[in-house]
Design a protein around this ligand. Structure first.
Ligand SMILES: C[S@@+](CC[C@H](N)C(=O)[O-])C[C@H]1O[C@@H](n2cnc3c(N)ncnc32)[C@H](O)[C@@H]1O
Length: 466
């Protein structure tokens, strides 16, 4: 079996869930066998039977919104060996030395798999350590301060012994090492430092509760491209827009992985068009509507801008795919059973800078938001094809005086003949013992995407037409 490390995005639960869903339902069949808050270990069923499997990995990376890097695993060291070689407090130095030698002996064969040739080559490498959790003291005190320098020195000397003409490593800023606050190199640095070249590599040490997986990075996300699309488009409004990452993750929950170019996707609350833009990059046929004619105009201009940027042909009558429509009129406008999927972020209510009061939100939900979401489900049921999915965002409000409040989306969706799809299949992923790493029941139904302290949080839901 071929094993890979998937480096997860900052919302690791959502990234993990997206990954598992794609592994379960797409042509990239596989299983997550282990995970932490930073990585997932994936075993593919038959990836490497394909001669061009690296192209396949790149394709996989391209569709995922929540994966930063994919690395091929060459070896694994049990957590006990690591803890004996790098204890928090050294008691028996002899034992520590012996265990470190054992780790060094594992690194030789790993390096032979990482580099096609070592002899007479000038080699450059970067070591990246992904801990279980960034706020783990073992990471800041031991892994950064002792394990990282050990790896750099040992790898350099093994490469020299194996005949390398030169061997250099990427030096992290000294102040980060001293403070124990270090991020592994970012995806865009991989291209900057040429780390996909034959004589250069990022060597990843990914920790879980079980131990450390060692691999080489094969593909990485291109965040600059997403940023360029998100920020460079003529019309944007960051307060109300979802992130490109979230748009991609939501699109993947539509479970439309094959022949995307023939699949019709609708966003009936299109705003400035984030979802259709990224859906179009993914090859879908995109449609959109909004009650606000100005927003529809903006989306059309953004779409034209995007297609020119990526040098894609503008589809025939693109303008006619976007219309000014109240959600209540959706099914009068579009043909019944015409869409393969609906992916959308309806109105989340007014923009709150500070926490609102409980009663204010209760009123907002019952008078405005519930009817809006009901109209969405009622109309979607008509225009979606059988078993077509709707992936949507709904707000969670943090109030001053009554905790969190949200709309009962599950109840609304099921009352309009939709099947509620839990976002995570709890049976497929083995849970962890550390409480902070556990996927509790609340994570398996719908997932939050929010920054700390955000007043209105986004929650992602998935439904399927019966
Ligand atoms: C949160 S924004 C969507 C933002 C969008 N995802 C983006 O990235 O730009 C919600 C949109 O819903 C639209 N909207 C509000 N009420 C609506 C209704 N009754 N029917 C259709 N659209 C509506 C608003 O005009 C707004 O553009």
């Amino acid at each position: 079996m071929d094993k890979y490390i998937f480096v997860l995005g900052s919302n690791w639960q959502l990234s993990l869930t997206e990954l598992d869903n794609v592994l379960k339902n797409s042509q990239f069949k596989g299983k997550i066998t282990d995970y932490s808050a930073n990585i997932a270990i994936v075993e593919f069923e038959n990836l490497e039977q394909d001669k061009y499997y690296i192209d396949k990995l790149m394709e996989f990376q391209f569709i995922l919104g929540g994966t930063q890097k994919i690395c091929k695993i060459f070896d694994f060291i049990h957590v006990n060996t690591i803890k004996e070689a790098f204890p928090q407090h050294i008691e028996k130095y002899k034992l520590v030395e012996k265990k470190r030698e054992k780790i060094a002996s594992i690194l030789g064969p790993v390096l032979e798999k990482t580099f096609v040739t070592i002899n007479k080559q000038s080699i450059f490498f970067a070591v990246s350590i992904y801990p279980d959790l960034y706020d783990d003291e073992y990471y800041s005190q031991v892994l950064i301060k002792h394990f990282l320098p050990f790896l750099n020195k040992t790898i350099m000397s093994i490469l020299k012994k194996k005949g390398a003409k030169k061997s250099l490593y990427y030096k992290y800023p000294e102040k980060n090492i001293k403070s124990g606050n270090l991020n592994p190199i970012f995806p865009h640095h991989l291209t900057k430092y040429g780390l996909f070249n034959e004589d250069r590599a990022e060597i990843v040490f990914g920790f879980t509760e079980e131990g450390v997986y060692i691999g080489r990075t094969y593909t990485a996300d291109d965040p600059n491209f997403k940023k360029q699309v998100d920020e460079g488009r003529p019309f944007k409004e960051f307060k109300s827009s979802i992130s490109p990452k979230l748009a991609l993750i939501m699109l993947n929950f539509l479970n439309l992985f094959e022949e995307r170019e023939s699949k019709m996707i609708l966003d009936p609350f299109v705003g400035n068009g984030t979802i259709p833009m990224f859906a179009s990059i993914q090859g879908f046929q995109v449609y959109g509507s909004d009650i606000d004619g100005k927003k529809v105009e903006n989306t059309i201009r953004n779409m034209n801008w995007l297609l020119e940027e990526i040098e894609e042909e503008v589809p025939y009558l693109l303008n006619e795919r976007f219309d000014t429509l109240d959600i209540r009129d959706l099914s009068r406008h579009f043909q019944p059973s015409s869409f393969d999927g609906i992916c959308t972020e309806p109105s989340l209510g007014p923009f709150f800078k500070e926490r609102p009061y409980y009663n204010e939100i209760k009123e907002l939900i019952s008078s405005e938001l519930e009817p809006l979401y009901q109209d969405l489900f009622q109309n979607s049921n008509i225009i979606l094809k059988p078993r077509g999915r709707i992936v949507l965002v709904a707000p969670v409000f943090t109030t001053v005086d009554g905790g969190d409040l949200q709309i009962n989306i599950e109840k609304i969706g099921t009352s309009y003949e939709f099947k509620f799809i839990p976002i995570l299949d709890g049976q497929r992923i083995v849970n962890k013992s550390n409480q902070k790493l556990q996927l509790q029941e609340k994570h398996t139904k719908a997932l939050l995407d929010a920054k700390k302290g955000q007043v209105v949080k986004r929650k992602i839901y998935v439904f399927e037409k019966k």
